[in-house]
Design a binder for this molecule. Sequence first.
Ligand code: NI
Length: 226
Amino acid sequence: MLLKIPNVLTAEQVRECRALMEQAQWIDGKVTAGYQSAQAKNNIQLPEDSDAAHRMGDMIMAALSQNLLFMSAALPLKIFPPLFNCYQGGHSFGTHVDNAIRPVKGTPHKVRTDLSATLFLSEPDEYDGGELVMEDTYGVHSAKLPAGHLVLYPSTSLHHVTPVTRGARLASFFWIQSMVREDSERALLFDLDMGIQRLRQEHPQSQTEVSLTGVYHNLLRKWADT
Ligand code: NI
C-alpha cells in the first residue's frame, strides 16, 4: 500500500527545519547506503549523529505520534531515527530496494524495514526533477509532494529518485518496523479502520461500529507482534 499523508509538519515546523539545514554540515549520502545502493546513490545528507538531525528527528517523531493516518497505516513498532538528504546539481538515486535491516547507530537496536517514508521539506516549485518513483505489483507511482507532506510505501518496492536539474530537493527519509509485518494484512487493517471511522461519523453509536471495532482488534491481535 502506498499512502500520501498531508501536513505531517506545519509550515512553521518546515521553516524551522529549513533554517537548521541551511547552517548544517553535509556529507556524502553513500555513508548509509548498502553495497548495491551505494553504486546508485548520488546525493548529500546530514551526519546521523549531528545536532540538527537529532532536533529535526525529534520534531518529526513527535508529529508522527500525533498523526492518526500515519499511526493507522503504519502500525509502528519501531521508527528509524529520521535522516535528511539534499539532491541538487543533477543528483539522483538509481533503482534500488532499501536494506532489509538497519542498525541504529550508537545503539544495539536494529529496525526491520517494513515501510519506507519520505517527508518532503522543499516545495515542488523550488526544484525540477526529484520525483520519487516507486514500482509495485500495481504499476509505477510517483511522488513530489508539498513541504511537510509524507509518502509511505512498502520497503519491498523498487524505487528511484529522478535527477534534480534545478534548485535543491530537501527531504527527510526513514523506515518503520511495523507491528504487522505483512503489507497485505496491514492494508486490510487500515481499510477496516477507515471504514469504522466513516461509520462512526455517519451513524454515531451504532452496534455495527462496536462489532466491527471488535473484528479490528481481533485481527490486530492475530497479526501483530510487539
Ligand atoms: Ni531507498
